[in-house]
Structure formats: structure tokens, C-alpha cells
Design a binder for this molecule. Structure first.
Ligand code: CU
Ligand code: CU
Length: 485
């Protein structure tokens, strides 16, 4: 009889231990890749100066500006400049938001490096520079930089600098992973929610154990936007500013990938059937978790925090708290459009959705899954909110201009019904079905399937009506949602 493999291993190990017990020297234990004696834990003090950077706000060969991750720059010292700026960004169609940034974009550029590399960082606080004509910026203020990839004294390296000041510091990357960076100036919550964050990807010293055909970065974050209480406008549309109340209550208005509501729906990430895709996913928060999922495939490998030592296999979803990350790798099995989504569907409904498609000419109207953007968008804040609510609650059963689904097509609804009727219907459909002959007729037409009460507030109902009126004022087809299925 032969020994089973584990048992045989145990016997050999015991025999080896007995043999070695009498010896002076055994084999060296396997080297710990995280042996702190091999790490650089003595970074030089930060330098603070009055000399400002001019020109580009983001400079460095290690930077990637969008979802496509650039190849690793082989230089052992990565020199990176990310200046702090104030800027207006469009977080959703018609929603121009007063943001604070690193490198003049939200999220900030992705930095790519390798364990053992040195990151030589500098930043000027340029929040005092004027925006292009007729644009209104937030007042200049203190900012700072906090790298989760560093092991340094926060009081030295992460100190806040005033408008016009420049800070420089450097540190060695000791651990592999996908690390968040963000502004750490109080109120930190406001600085992150205003856009001051990005990802730093640190490859293992010897590279990854797998070969990927495509590499993309996905940064998830929340926005808490309200029309400016001071009624400021940009190009005739309201300016959106941070909503402090929603921020403290952790009730975002938008939850997005790579800074844009429904990002990557109109311009999907590209892949071919049979390819292996590696996504570097960082959930910035600042206050929500992400349940990251790709519709149509399974994560062959998940490396929690982006470190191959933390490996899981065959995952459907990966849960990421605020500032958690994961590398996910999967195959694109066949031609199609695979949907990136936060499977907390309330977050997806706020815009945390994207696509990896094998069809470069993929058109939004072909998508038959989840929430879809209309191709035109209102600018009135009430209609914008009505559209967001409508798309998250109603698109499963209704289309706009795409024909009937479980319920009627809502194109032209304001010409068929009065506002008063619509308001009563949205408020209490079950009551209407008892008393109103039009409601009764509609129920019959739609297979006696009553519309569930959506528990809308009066304000929400008003916002729906604003949205419906906006829809009906558009040229036919321009604000269409997906066809029914
Ligand atoms: Cu800041
Ligand atoms: Cu942090």
C-alpha cells in the first residue's frame, strides 16, 4: 500500500526534521517577500517651498490618464508631478460640478510602478489659478497628498500646503497592490467627495504570475451634487456644488466609474473573444462599498488589494469597502458586450456601470440590460433628478419611445394625460384603479398587471413630471431609451 500524497509529504518532512535536528545548519527558510529588513523605511524629510509649477498639471512617464493602463515605465525612479487644481467637470449629462482635483482631472491620473521603485513626488497647490473666462471656481484653499502606498510619517509628508506652495517628497514602494491616493486636508470627506483621489498601481517585484491581453483601470467613486444655492450658472445651465447634507448622510446623487455617470457605456472598453482581461479596480468611496461584478463572465482570479498573494479563484463578485481594491482577471468567452456593474444596484442605478465590448462600433441602443442612458439629457435640475429616479425605478417595465414593455411606452405621456392625472397615478396607483375609469382601462390593456406603488414623495412626482415634459419637448427619437425586450 502506498501513502497518500499529503501523508507521504508529512513523513518526509518529519524525517527531514529529525535529520536536521542534529545538524548545525539547515536550509534557509524561504525568503519573506515582505521582510522589512529589505524594505526602505527611511524616507528623507519632505521639502516645502514657494516655487510654483507652471504648465502641465500632471507630468510623468509613469502616468496613465484614462481607463487604458499604459505599460510599466522601466525607470527605477518614477518622477511624478500632480498639481492640485479647482475645475468644473461634467459628472453626468447636464451636471457640471465644481471639483477639486489632482492633475486637473477626476479621478487623478493612475501612477504605475513596481516594488522597489522610488516615487519622487511633487505638487503645487494651484487652486488659486483662475478658470477659463465666465467659469466660477471654488475659493482657493489648502490641499495635501496622502499615498496609501507609502510608509511615511503623515505629519511630515502629508501636510497641507497653501495656494502657491509646492511640496516634494519621495518614498520606496514596499508592497505590491492597487493603492488609493487622496487629499488628506480636513474636512477629508469634502476633499475626497470633491474629486481629489486616484490610484497608484504597484506591480510585484518579479511581475504578475499571469499574462493579460488587456489592462484597464476602474475607479469607483460617489458624487454628492446639488444645484448651487447661490444660483450660479455655467453656460446657461446651473452649476452643481457639493451637497454637504447628503455627504454627511452618505446619500450620493451619483455613483460612477472613472468619474462619469454611466461611464464607458457610450465608449466601451475594447476586448476580443478569447482574450484575458485584467481590471485594476479601486473603490474610492468616500462612504459606500462596491459589489463589483462583470455580467457574462466569472473572475478566474481575484487578487484582493491587487496583491497576487491574496488570491481567490472563480469569483462572481468582489466586495470592496472604501479605499479597498482588487485586481480581477477574466476571459471574454464569446463576442458580446460584458457589463461592468456595482451589484449594489442602487449604486449601479446612479451610474456605476460600464461595458467591455468585442464590437468597437457598439451602440448604446443595442444594450438590453440594466439601466440605460438617454442619448439627450435635460439641464433643469428637477428634470435631471426626475430622469435619474425614473431610470433607476421604472426602466425595467417602461421604455421611452422603444415600444411597450410590461407597462406603456412613456413617449408622449404628457400629451395623453394631464399633469393632475399623472400626479394622482404616481402617488397612489392602487386607489386610482378603484376609482378612475382610465386607470381601469389601462390595467385591462396591460394584462391586469398593476403598477406597484413606487412610494414617491410629492417632490419626486413633480420631478418625474418635469422630466416627462422635457422628454415630450425633444425631437422624436433623440431621448429614446432602449427598445423593450
Ligand atoms: Cu484637498
Ligand atoms: Cu486614506
Amino acid at each position: 500500500m502506498t501513502l497518500s500524497r499529503p501523508l507521504a509529504g508529512l513523513v518526509y518532512a518529519l524525517a527531514a526534521a529529525l535529520l536536521l535536528a542534529g545538524c548545525e545548519q539547515g536550509p534557509a527558510p524561504p525568503a519573506d517577500p515582505y521582510d522589512q529588513r529589505r524594505m526602505d523605511l527611511k524616507p528623507a524629510p519632505a521639502k516645502l517651498g514657494g516655487e510654483r509649477h507652471a504648465g502641465a498639471f500632471a507630468v510623468g512617464d509613469a502616468l496613465s490618464l484614462g481607463a487604458v493602463l499604459e505599460p510599466l515605465d522601466p525607470a527605477p525612479v518614477k518622477t511624478v508631478r500632480l498639481d492640485a487644481t479647482h475645475k468644473l467637470i461634467e459628472i453626468a449629462p447636464g451636471v457640471t460640478f465644481s471639483a477639486w482635483t489632482f492633475g486637473d482631472q477626476v479621478p487623478g491620473p493612475t501612477i504605475r510602478a513596481r516594488v522597489g521603485d522610488k516615487l519622487r513626488f511633487s505638487m503645487t497647490n494651484r487652486s488659486d489659478e483662475p478658470l477659463p473666462a465666465a467659469q466660477v471656481a471654488a475659493a482657493p484653499m489648502m490641499h495635501s497628498m496622502d499615498f496609501h502606498a507609502a510608509m511615511v510619517s503623515p505629519q511630515d509628508k502629508y501636510r497641507s500646503i497653501a495656494p502657491g506652495q509646492t511640496i516634494e517628497f519621495e518614498f520606496t514602494l514596499n508592497y505590491p497592490g492597487i493603492f488609493m491616493y487622496h487629499c488628506g486636508t480636513p474636512m477629508i470627506l469634502e476633499h475626497i467627495a470633491s474629486g481629489m483621489y486616484g490610484a497608484l498601481i504597484v506591480e510585484p517585484r518579479a511581475g504578475y504570475p499571469t499574462q493579460a491581453d488587456r489592462e484597464y483601470v476602474i475607479v469607483q467613486s460617489e458624487f454628492y451634487a446639488q444645484p448651487d444655492p447661490g444660483q450660479r450658472e455655467v453656460d446657461g445651465a446651473p452649476l452643481y456644488v457639493l451637497d454637504g447634507e447628503r455627504l454627511r448622510a452618505a446619500q450620493p446623487t451619483h455613483t460612477v466609474f472613472n468619474g462619469v455617470h454611466n461611464g464607458m457605456l457610450k465608449q466601451p472598453l475594447v476586448a476580443k473573444p478569447g482574450e484575458r482581461v485584467r481590471l485594476y479596480v479601486l473603490n474610492v468611496g468616500p462612504s459606500k462599498t462596491s459589489s463589483f461584478h462583470v455580467v457574462g463572465t466569472i473572475f478566474d482570479r481575484v487578487w484582493l488589494e491587487g496583491n497576487p498573494d491574496n488570491q481567490l479563484r472563480g469569483m462572481q463578485t468582489v466586495l470592496l469597502g472604501s479605499s479597498n481594491s482588487a485586481t480581477v482577471e477574466f476571459m471574454i468567452p464569446e463576442a458580446g458586450s460584458y457589463i461592468l456593474v456595482d451589484h449594489h444596484f442602487a449604486n449601479a442605478a446612479q451610474g456605476a456601470i460600464g461595458l467591455i465590448s468585442t464590437d468597437a462600433k457598439f451602440a448604446t441602443k443595442d444594450l438590453e440590460h440594466h439601466n440605460l442612458p438617454a442619448s439627450a439629457a435635460p439641464s433643469d435640475p428637477e428634470a435631471v433628478q426626475g430622469k435619474l429616479d425614473f431610470e433607476s425605478k421604472c426602466l425595467a417595465c417602461h421604455s421611452v419611445g422603444g415600444g411597450r414593455k410590461l407597462g406603456p411606452d412613456l413617449a408622449g405621456v404628457t400629451t395623453r394625460r394631464s399633469d393632475a392625472w399623472l400626479a394622482r397615478w404616481l402617488k397612489a396607483p392602487e386607489q386610482m384603479l378603484e376609482t378612475d375609469s382610465d386607470a381601469k382601462a389601462m390595467l385591462k390593456e396591460y394584462g391586469n398587471l398593476p403598477m406597484p406603488n413606487q412610494n414617491l414623495s410629492d417632490v419626486q412626482i413633480q420631478q418625474y413630471l418635469e422630466y416627462f415634459h422635457w422628454l415630450d419637448a425633444q425631437p422624436t427619437g433623440s431621448a429614446q431609451t432602449a427598445p423593450g425586450h
